[in-house]
Design a binder for this molecule. Structure first.
Ligand code: SAH
Length: 226
């Protein structure tokens, strides 16, 4: 779709309904999160045949067996990071770029890593077309993190992992926060981790089901099929 003002602002009514029913209706309270989700054109982050379903209460396929996360999960993961605007954020699993755009609206810089080249290229083009200037892209295995840009004030892992790669905890700044789906292949706990000096605390904030994080410090490619 061509990125005109009109195509970007379409579906405003559905966006408003999404905020009311799926976010505030389920306990999301942060006004800045809701304001951003009411503005970012989610319909442009899915294929044209799925556009009319973009604001539904579910994830949707984005090709290569990957999915764009459910709006509520995006809202919840963003809210717990408590972004104030000055943060440098690391995102693992760019995917459609929808969560990336939300983070870019609320933080200073977003470093995002995607392992599938075709997805990374398509998403970079879309986010540049939408005029985001504070997103830095990399196509790589995100379980290594992005050491030369660390530390990060916040880290968001957008794919399910059996445990949090230690490289990512190392790259989290003091007082930093990390949100991730941790667990098995079928379902995971959404957890928020806080780092204060040497102290790491972790709290469950919900249940979720993400596609797997595939990489050196998560699942291997083969295990995907087991
Ligand atoms: N928040 C994204 C979620 C996309 S699905 C969205 O709403 O669109 C998760 C993404 O993580 C997929 O695109 C997948 O290819 C990617 N991924 C899986 N393992 C990865 C890894 N080790 N490094 C980087 N990206 C990874």
């Amino acid at each position: 779709m061509e990125l005109t003002e009109q195509s970007i602002q379409a579906y405003a009514g559905q966006r408003r309904k999404m905020i009311e029913e799926q976010l505030s209706g389920r306990g999301i309270k942060d006004l800045s999160v809701m304001e951003v989700l009411s503005r970012v054109p989610r319909h442009l982050f899915v294929g044209s045949s799925l556009r009319h379903r973009a604001y539904g209460d579910y994830p949707l396929p984005i090709g290569e067996n990957q999915t764009i996360s459910q709006p509520y999960i995006v809202g919840l993961m963003t809210e717990v990071l408590q972004l104030k605007g000055s943060e440098r954020v690391l995102e693992i699993g760019t995917g459609s770029g929808y969560q990336t755009a939300i983070l870019a609206e609320l933080a200073s810089q977003v470093f995002t890593i995607e392992r599938i080249k075709t997805i990374a290229q398509k998403t970079k083009k879309l986010l540049e077309g939408l005029r985001y200037k504070n997103i830095i892209f990399k196509t790589f295995d995100g379980t290594y993190g992005w050491r030369d840009q660390s530390p990060f004030d916040a880290i968001l892992i957008s794919a399910a992992t059996p445990s949090i790669p230690t490289s990512l905890i190392e790259q989290l700044a003091d007082n930093g926060r990390l949100v991730a789906p941790i667990g098995g292949r079928e379902s995971q706990d959404l957890i928020i981790l806080n780092k204060k000096g040497d102290q790491i605390t972790q709290q469950k904030i919900g249940d979720c089901k993400f596609v797997p994080l595939i990489g050196k410090f998560a699942w291997s490619e083969d295990e995907r099929f087991h």
